[in-house]
Design a protein around this ligand. Structure first.
Ligand code: PRX
Length: 664
């Protein structure tokens, strides 16, 4: 029988320390804490000189930069801004003429297990050919292109091809709805969409192109001239003559050579939409030079990459992790990487472990939610336990996207890492571009559940509401006090929101991450305690409560009011709970179930299936203060099933608490 994760949690002791072995320290790029301290000291002594050195060593510049950091228009910082480069050339062309050119760049395993390999030289030819096809359709430097693709080699080719011609891509995760796609097309002013007819996940053929058709039919997407369709499966899809073209059509006759277009270091490589505290997602805009430096540098620092590594980051290219540690970082670093189309539970929940064995993966990077669900599966069925696979190729494990509970960390360490692989618990965000607080595998003694220390040059700190440092051991607000090369540059179309959201005046100009954190009294290690804004983290996916509320109340025939909060969940980290007041009598029993399902499907249509609330509770009203403000902290307690101990004296309608508590 599978034990609930909560039962596993209580038997394990926290705060053990796992220093790297002498052999690991000796072989590492950043060797021991002495190596880490030396880099930190270099950054302290000459901040700009430090970054200039690393930018020269790690990035190929077609025109060298002479200015490192421009703070004149803070917080709109500029890095290396008079330098020029091309991101695709830095991922592909740089390896040509070196032994890496014939190395496997990507090992692609499809949903059905079929494996395709592609070398750096072949990848360059295919990216160049695709870039030529884009150019032939008028896509040019500075244009925006929306990418809605499955996890495939072609998804990476689409991103790299945009970068090659200086077009700015905006990748939208395949789990987002037509409405979400439409909003992003309009906000970005995209000129083309790159998609696939279908995607294969868990043995099922799921439509992608049909969702793009639906998005474009919603109107307002007049900037779109073309939709390019990768024929992932043999099933045909609707094609609008003139507008829609298959990859086969556009690639025919195109040369496999295409000179990379140099762009300024600050040129927007991509926009990636993410959730914030309002109903409207933010288009996080990244640079080319600083971003690329980070992608390459953190492959070396955090993953201690070596020439013979087989790297596997399981994140989808629709998220920032799939940008930095699939589409750019591994290629810039010349790694062999695994790309997986499917899901971890198909055909069984041992798929990840079987793939590690099959491809002799050495560095494995995944999310706590995946680990927790695979723990559950392995405990229920020995056939899918990692012990059934030979995982001896592994040397480094990574975790990303949400806090990893010490119990899941210990299981990962023991059962996947064979107690020999360091685990890098990497804290970062869409906005930071890459890791900012993380252990280094050959340096940092590990403490389960802690992302340990900031990377060299990252001025991370914990402060109170006025921006003053708090003592170690006391919780507070996580900030970064100085700019860093891969930081968000602005919010697309909304520089004011950028300033307000990330550099609030009361925090002395520090970058506000939006997370709470605490540093340990002994080592000063960081532990992230979770978001301090209205953002939830469900299975490592960032969801704004306001977005879900807006989606619910937009069902105007049914919903009068809605409030969304998170509650802890054993597998997904947090679960979405919605409290809903209908425009009609409060439903109960079967009827309540039916309406709840209707609302879940509605949210899936408005935002995407990933935003469906797990719990929906109906009330005659919501708990409000006399001035009409919804008291969310009370809703959070109810969602968790806790007794209400907070002060409810300011509540207009205290009886509602009892009703909502019973309403599930
Ligand atoms: O709350 C933090 C959590 O994920 C948020 C960023 O989400 P997103 O922009 O979607 O990027 C996810 C992938 C980098 C953060 O504000 N988070 C991310 N990594 C960790 C984490 N929380 C704790 N520990 C981590 N290692």
């Amino acid at each position: 029988m599978s034990a609930p994760t909560s039962a596993i949690e209580s038997v394990l002791v926290e705060n053990r320390v796992f220093p790297p072995s002498d052999a690991v320290v000796k072989a590492a790029r950043v060797s021991g804490m002495a190596g880490y301290d030396a880099l930190c000291a270099e950054a302290d002594k000459d901040f700009e000189g430090f970054w200039a050195r690393l930018a020269r060593e790690n990035v190929n510049w077609s025109k060298p930069f002479t200015r490192t950091l421009d703070t004149s228009n803070a917080p709109f910082f500029k890095w290396f801004d008079d330098g020029e480069l091309n991101a695709s050339a830095n991922c592909l062309d740089r390896h040509i003429g070196t032994p890496t050119e014939n190395k496997t760049a990507i090992v692609f395993e499809a949903d059905d297990g079929a494996v395709t390999k592609i070398t750096y030289k072949e990848l360059l030819a295919r990216v160049s050919q695709f870039a030529n096809a884009l150019k032939a359709h008028g896509v040019a430097k500075g244009d925006r292109v929306l990418i809605y693709m499955p996890m495939t080699i072609e998804g990476v080719i689409a991103m790299q091809a945009c970068a090659r011609i200086g077009a700015t891509h905006s990748v939208v995760f395949g789990g987002f709805s037509a409405k979400a796609v439409q909003e992003r097309i309009i906000d970005a002013g995209a000129v083309a969409v790159i998609t696939a007819n279908y995607q294969m996940r868990g043995g099922k053929e799921l439509p992608l192109k049909a969702i793009i058709d639906e998005a474009l039919a919603m109107g307002g997407c007049d900037t779109i001239r073309n939709v390019f369709v990768f024929e992932r499966t043999a099933t045909t899809c609707n094609m609008v003559p003139g507008r829609d073209k298959t990859f086969g059509e556009i690639l025919a006759g195109q040369s496999t050579e295409c000179a990379p277009v140099p762009v300024g270091a600050e040129h927007p490589l991509f926009i990636l939409y993410t959730s914030g505290s309002t109903g409207k997602p933010k288009g996080v805009q990244h640079s080319t030079g600083g971003y690329l430096l980070w992608a390459k540098l953190t492959m070396d620092w955090t993953f201690d990459l070596r020439a013979d590594d087989v790297f596997w980051c399981t994140a989808d290219i629709g998220w920032i992790t799939g940008h930095t540690y699939v589409a750019y970082g591994p290629l810039a670093a010349g790694a062999t990487q695994i790309i997986f189309e499917g899901i971890p539970t198909f055909p069984n929940a041992g798929r990840f472990w079987q793939m590690i064995e099959k491809h002799k993966c050495t560095i494995f990077y995944t999310a706590p939610t995946a680990i927790r669900s695979l723990i559950k599966a392995a405990e229920g069925d020995a056939a899918v336990h990692p012990a059934r696979s030979d995982l001896s190729s592994l040397r480094i494990l990574g975790s990303v996207g949400e806090p990893i509970n010490p119990e899941a960390w210990m299981w990962y360490h023991k059962n996947v890492g064979g107690e020999r692989c360091p685990i890098v618990d990497t804290f970062w965000q869409t906005e930071t571009g890459g890791h900012v607080i993380t252990p280094l595998p050959g340096a940092t003694p590990l403490v389960p559940g802690s992302c340990t220390l900031p990377l060299p040059g990252i001025a991370a700190a914990i402060v109170d509401e006025t921006g003053n440092d708090v003592a170690n051991g006391a919780g507070g607000i996580l900030v970064i006090k100085k700019p860093w090369p891969s930081m968000i540059r602005t919010i697309w179309n909304d520089p004011e929101r950028f300033k307000k959201a990330y550099f609030p005046e009361e925090l002395k100009g520090y970058y506000l991450a939006g997370d709470g954190a605490v540093r340990s009294a002994d080592r000063g290690y960081f532990r992230i305690t979770g978001r301090i804004d209205d953002v939830l983290n469900v299975s490592g996916h960032r969801m704004g409560t306001m977005e879900i509320e807006s989606a619910l109340v937009s069902k105007t025939d049914l919903v009068a009011e809605a409030a969304v909060v998170g509650r802890p969940d054993d597998v997904t980290g947090e679960a979405i709970c919605a409290f809903v007041v209908l425009k009609r009598a409060r439903p109960t029993g079967e009827e309540a179930k039916q309406i709840a399902n209707e609302l879940r499907n509605w949210v899936a249509k408005e935002i995407g299936p990933i935003a469906k609330p797990k719990d929906i509770r109906f009330g005659d009203n919501l708990p409000k203060t006399r001035s009409g403000k919804i008291m969310r902290r009370l809703l959070r307690s109810i969602a968790k099933g806790e007794a209400i101990t907070q002060d409810t004296s300011t509540l207009e309608n205290p009886a509602i608490l009892d009703q909502l508590a019973k309403a599930n």
